[in-house]
Design a binder for this molecule. Structure first.
Ligand SMILES: *[C@@H]1O[C@H](CO)[C@@H](O)[C@H](O)[C@H]1NC(C)=O
Ligand SMILES: *[C@@H]1O[C@H](CO)[C@@H](O)[C@H](O)[C@H]1NC(C)=O
Ligand SMILES: *[C@@H]1O[C@H](CO)[C@@H](O)[C@H](O)[C@H]1NC(C)=O
Length: 624
């Protein structure tokens, strides 16, 4: 093949799909040839320094540097009654040199590259299709309705999809679209909302996280101004007598002077209280304002103090009394909905703080063995050998003394846990945890593959093995557990349940058959690929991508799948949450990118897939 010289990144740059349409009739071959050509001439390049080149290209600004951030209310002037006198500062000192997270990838062969780049291009086009429709039908609104081409406001009415997708536009090299989006973001009025009480958690991970990440990538000042406005608004949530954040912030109520502030919740889920840390820490780092770090550090101090006082000491229950700072009430424990991201942030905070704050290592190390012991389980599968390589993470009900009970229920949300153990295993140099990460990721890959659509459902149940070492297939046991889930009595009931719900062998129910366009499975596949360099992850990712696209494609973009067991598939639901373009497609794109594109040694992702820059010593400073 003719070598094409390294491209000039200039005005000739043109989104691929427009070119492709012209050449559509040439079929697959033309697509591949064009794809390769495009990738040679694209901002991503394929050099070892792909990301640096890419940044240089993207940094050629489009006159947004002087944009003013507009707002009808300045949140810096909002009242705050429970004033904090001494801020906990960001941990001082030079960031530590932490162990490498990423595999040391060898140069790829030509055929590997061709395959990878063809896939990369397909992901980019899928994003472009959603983005073009968002621009046309839902511009500056929270969500696109992907079947009817309408818009919806679901997260405060500040353009959730717009803000959440900024960094994806940057990473995929949609330069004009990125700057167009930045100009629209400058106009967002965070001074008021059409929602009375906003979710502090969702606003933090999507808006604050999205703005900070886009700022980290592009250094556009207006994005930081917006992040500060959102951060100042969210800071009001900490205006409680013990400075624990409330779950829902009344936007107008937070502006009223007088009173004593809010009352911390007596029942708040673990995710809502524990996963504000990364965003507020990054805001503190870029502004050098301790106050943002201080409020989340207080939450972490509480979690540290109370970690051994829950019903399963070491683990955090799903529901917490943050008013009394008490973990002892709730008996339910999970890595799924309501808890997930708080566990996720322990090792990530360690990385984000350059290893300078030991509390996050402690929070991880005192919980991980209990997760391993009580939550992770091997599924019983017809092929015993196949089952041996798989793990899932279930819900646990913790009790008094020895009444700890596992409910072998797996959620799509919980699929993040493969990447979680993988990342933590590398950061804290624990091979067992990396191995757990690989097996948990295999679990989700398996769950995708066994469904008729090739897509994993939102929630399913499966028979748990008694032991991780030996677990021969036992049809009677499967039947018993299916009957338990369906309150059946006899073999006919069992057969009816299996047929009606299309239960693959070993599965005992599919409690929620939807797929909501969620990212957690590809997230773990991506992380494990970057950690191990194992090529089969690329093929798994591609299978997931093609299956998801096939099941979710609507007239204008992609919609939630009603039933992953339906064959032929049903018409998708008219809903596309912002995480489709913010997370799912970003992880699909990154796994097919050169491995130094958003390297896990330089970046750490928040729970909405927004990469934040990890603090680093320059090589010279490090001394060797
Ligand atoms: C907003 O929150 C307040 C205080 O918790 C509550 O009284 C009110 O009903 C909520 N309003 C809405 C519309 O959710
Ligand atoms: C919590 O319990 C674990 C296990 O018993 C123990 O190793 C750890 O030191 C305890 N932590 C604190 C802070 O007491
Ligand atoms: C299979 O499972 C049933 C029901 O749990 C149990 O009674 C039986 O002993 C198991 N068979 C074997 C061979 O383990």
């Amino acid at each position: 093949m003719v070598k094409i010289k390294k491209p000039r990144r200039g005005p000739s740059y043109q989104p691929m799909s427009r070119r492709r349409r012209k050449h559509y009739t040439y079929g697959l071959l033309a697509v591949i040839v064009l794809g390769i050509y495009y990738l040679y001439t694209s901002p991503r390049g394929v050099t070892p320094a792909a990301f640096r080149d890419h940044e240089k290209y993207m940094n050629d600004r489009a006159n947004v540097g002087t944009l003013e951030s507009k707002a009808s209310y300045d949140w810096r002037k909002a009242p705050f009654h429970n004033i904090i006198r001494d801020y906990i500062p960001l941990p001082p000192g030079k960031p530590r040199t932490l162990p490498f997270v990423q595999f040391d990838f060898p140069p790829e062969t030509k055929s590997q590259r061709v395959r990878r780049e063809t896939r990369l291009l397909a992901v980019r086009q899928e994003f472009e299709r959603s983005w073009e429709s968002y621009k046309q039908f839902a511009w500056t609104r929270d969500e696109l309705r992907p079947s009817t081409g309408e818009a919806d406001d679901t997260f405060g009415g500040w353009g959730a999809t717009l803000v959440d997708s900024l960094d994806t536009l940057w990473i995929m090299g949609f330069k004009e679209d990125f700057f167009q989006a930045v100009r629209a973001v400058a106009e967002i009025d965070f001074g008021k909302s059409d929602t009375i009480n906003i979710s502090v958690f969702e606003t933090t991970i999507r808006y604050l996280g999205g703005l900070l990440s886009a700022y980290d990538l592009s250094h556009e000042k207006v994005l930081l101004d917006k992040a500060i406005q959102v951060g100042e608004m969210l800071y009001c949530a900490f205006d409680t007598s013990n400075n624990m954040p409330i779950d829902r912030l009344p936007v107008e109520g937070a502006k009223l002077p007088g009173g004593t502030g809010f009352t911390a919740d007596s029942n708040i889920c673990f995710a809502s209280i524990g996963s504000l840390t990364m965003e507020f820490t990054r805001l503190a780092q870029v502004t050098q304002e301790s106050k943002y770090y201080d409020v989340v550090a207080r939450v972490s101090e509480f979690l540290d103090r109370a970690q051994n006082t829950s019903r399963i000491p070491g683990l955090f229950p799903t529901w917490i009394n943050s008013y009394k700072e008490d973990l002892s009430n709730d008996r339910s424990f999970t890595l799924g909905a309501m808890s997930d991201s708080s566990y996720e942030y322990f090792p990530k905070m360690f990385a984000l703080l350059g290893g300078l704050e030991p509390v996050y290592e402690k929070l991880f190390k005192d919980s991980a063995p209990l997760i391993d012991k009580h939550m992770l389980f091997r599924p019983m599968l017809p092929d015993e050998e196949e089952g041996e390589g798989l793990l899932f993470s279930g819900d646990v009900y913790g009790g008094d003394a020895d009444t700890i009970r596992l409910d072998a229920e797996m959620q799509h949300l919980t699929c993040f846990v493969g990447g979680y153990f993988g990342l933590a295993g590398r950061l804290f140099e624990n091979k067992h945890h990396v191995e757990l990460g690989a097996r948990l990721t295999e679990g989700c890959i398996y769950a995708y593959k066994t469904m008729p659509t090739g897509v994993m459902p939102e929630i399913f149940n499966i028979v748990a093995c008694d032991s991780r070492t030996a677990c021969p297939w036992n049809e009677t046991k499967w039947e018993e557990e299916v009957l338990k889930r369906f309150y059946g009595k006899n073999h006919a009931d069992f057969e009816a349940a299996v047929a009606e719900h299309k239960l693959p062998k070993g599965f005992t129910s599919i409690r929620d058959k939807r797929y909501l366009l969620r990212p957690e499975a590809i997230e773990s596949v991506f992380v494990m690929y970057r950690i191990t360099g194992r090529e089969e992850y690329l093929d798994h990712a591609w299978d997931m991508f093609t299956s998801v696209v096939k099941a979710s494609t609507t007239s204008f973009a992609n919609g939630q799948v009603f039933d992953v067991t339906a064959d032929p598939p049903l018409e998708p639901e008219n809903k596309m949450e912002s995480f489709w373009t913010a997370e799912t497609l970003k992880y699909f794109y990154l796994i097919f990118s050169p491995p130094d594109m958003i390297s896990l040694d330089d970046w750490v992702f928040n729970t909405e897939a927004h990469p934040f820059r990890r603090p680093k010593l320059l090589k010279m400073e490090a001394g060797n």
